[in-house]
Structure formats: structure tokens, C-alpha cells
Ligand binder design. Sequence first.
Ligand code: PLP
Length: 451
Amino acid sequence: TIITNHMPTAELQKLDAAHHMHPFSTQNELAAKGARVITSADGVWIQDSEGNKIIDGMAGLWCVNVGYGRDRLVQAAARQMAELPYYNTFFMTTHVPAIALSQKLAEVAPGDLNHVFYAGSGSEANDTNIRMVRTYWAEKGKPTKKIIISRKNAYHGSTLGGASLGGMGGMHAQGGLPIPDVYHIDQPNWWAEGGDMSPEEFGLERARQLEQAIHDLGEDNVAAFIAEPVQGAGGVIVPPETYWPEIKRICDKYEILLIADEVICGFGRTGNWFGSETVGWTPDIMTIAKGLSSGYQPIGGSIVNDEVASVIGACEFNHGYTYNAHPVAAAVALENINILQEEKVVEYVRDDIAPYLKQKWEALADHPMVGEAKIVGMMGSIALTPHKESRAKFAADAGSVGYICRERCFANNLIMRHVGDRMIISPPLVITRAEVDVLIERAVKSLDEGM
Ligand code: PLP
């Protein structure tokens, strides 16, 4: 059988469920319902095999920052494939896409983050970070500094290392995670966990857990703290204003490395090039992926500062992936950054579309089903609740209201994601005002249907 877009949807779904195991899915449910088959995309719109035009409120998986249908990226890939489809940068070789992309990343990254170690994905890059920070301290004569402090509900990837750094209970429960020497503090989710505290008090309390952890574990044993500037897959948790300044004070006080996982927040999502700029600190190491290539090619990496690079540079770092700095992925990533710069996409987010979206998004808090509505740049969330004033949760036997709401959005041709009873958006950064209006209209319609 030749399988094409022109096959009946039901047949494609049947073949898919028979042979394709889906990530983060219950395969049997998928086989019963049939996956929606996505056939093409343009701008912020994706199209399915039934011809429905769906507005992609998630930019794929938070990654298609410049939108779909970018011919410049197609051409960059084609040119590079014709010239040099593959070579590696192991064992004293390099190539122009690796050199050019690294130079460009050093230019756009803040401070002295000037050196890039590539990977195929965000998960792989976080695996690199685990080995990199432990090697860093060993090389500095402090081999006991091994523990990496992270946060509950953080998402840092699906490899054993990435999932261990992450704080997702469901992931830890499968496969015997986390790996040793990873420690998790609580997330700053005031809506769900703040109790009677004011957001400001709660922000300080959660930040001070980092200091407590450093004391409990011993400063001599802690290698690094890793965090997403705005926690994404954990529910787009925007911390109270007091949180990040206190975290920064603590990090400045103790000798630990700071890793910003910028896989979602990087490349304009929060209204600056990097989310750490939005929250006011400069990390020692940054994890990047997703928006680096706008998802057109799989590529990730760790950008490290001069100090980390010089320490690691003095030893042989026994680490690498076949697809490190893959030339086609690197060429596409470089062209993607050129687009971000030439079209002033980050400025568009900061000065135009994010303020517009913020006003519409925050108005959702007036809806009877919505508790808080939070947004930073182009990543936002709403908490669904049966009772706003008490910040009540839905009864467990109501099923996942977030899941049901996501399904209603899906039926209304809007992609939104849910985490528990939080609904999330993270649209392409190039979305227009008129498209924001469509997104909000469909979100409200889906919420109304749940009343
Ligand atoms: N880090 C963060 C903050 C992420 O959101 C993700 C993916 O969603 C990852 C790491 C893992 O990246 P990848 O899926 O490319 O391995």
C-alpha cells in the first residue's frame, strides 16, 4: 500500500494505531478514537485530513515561533543538503553551519554566554548539562559538588537524565527515576498551593526553599540549580513578583551554577530573546531547542559562559551525539534566527502582539469557569475552577475538566493544551491581532460549552 494524504482518514488512523506508538498517550484510547491526521500548515494554521483549518494555539509543541510555511527555511535546508548533508564535529573536524550558528548564538545570548555544545533535542541538551556541571566541579577540584536542585512539576525532557531533572511524578513512577543526586523543591504555583498566604509571601517562601535545600544538602555537595524562567509544561506557572529576585539573591550567595532551561522561553517567547532576561538574571548555562529552529529541524544545545567553557575546555569532555551540530539543522537554525532578527519578531512580541494578547487573555478571568489568567509574552494559562473565590479544585470524580476542555477546543478547531485543570496557549510569535481574536473567540466558545 502506498500511504498518502489522499487516503480516507479512517484508514490512516487505523494504520497509525496499528504501528505507531505515540508519546504521552494511551495507545488503546488512541486506537479507539483515532488520531487527528495533520496534513499541512501555513502561518498559524494547521489543516487536517478532513479539510478543517485549525488555529494552532500551541505552535506545535511550543516551537514553531516563526510560523509554518517558511520557504526561506526550506531553501536553507535544501541548499545545505545538497552541499554537505552530514558531517560531525568529533575528532578535530568542523563545518561552516556549526561555526556560523555558534557565532550567531554567542551574539544573541546575553552576557558571556559564548560557547555552544549541540544536541538533537532539549532532553539531550539537559543530559549534557548534567555531565557538564559535574565535570566542571570535578575539574575544579570539588568532586563532591554533584547534586542538581530542580523543581517539582518542571519539565526538562524525556531521556533518563532530562526526566530526572524534571519533576513530573508520573514520569518518575515509570522506569525507576530519578537518577541519584537530583533534588526537587516546590514550584511557585500560588493559585494551587498558596493557601492563605499572599502571592508575595508565597513567592518568598517558595524561593527560600532553595536556600533551605542548599543548607540541608550541604553547599559542598550542590553543583547547580536548574529552572525554566517560566515553567511551561508544568502549567505555565508565572511566579509571584517576589520569587525570582529572592532566587537570584540565593544563587549569588552560594557557589552553585545556574542553568536556565530556555527550551520554551528562548527565542522570543517571553518578549525578550531569552526568558532569563525577562525574569532578571543571567545563567551560567542555558538549555536551548524548539524555537532555535522553530521546529523545522530537530536541534538543541547548551550555551555556556566563558568560565564554564574554559574549565571544560581543559579536559577531554567524553560526551557527544552523532547529530551534534548537524549541518542541515544548524543551517536551518541560523536562517531561523536571521528571520527573527530581520523581521524584528522579538520586538513585535514585546511591543505589539504580546500586550494585545495579554489584554484579551487576562479578560478571560471574568469567565465563570476561570480562576486566574496568567500570561508572560506569548505563553499563557488559565486555571479552571468551580469556585473562584476559594480557588477550589474540581472533584476528582468529575474527570479531568482540563482534558474535557481541551477536547472541546479541539472540536472547535483550536489547539490548546491542558495540564490538570490549567489550560495553556503558546502560539506562533507571528500571530496577527485578527488571529488572536479568533483564538480567544474559540477559547471562550469552548469554555461556554462547559457551563
Ligand atoms: N526543557 C523544557 C523546558 C521543555 O519544555 C522541553 C520539551 O517540552 C524539554 C526540555 C525537552 O525538549 P525535547 O522534547 O526537545 O527533548
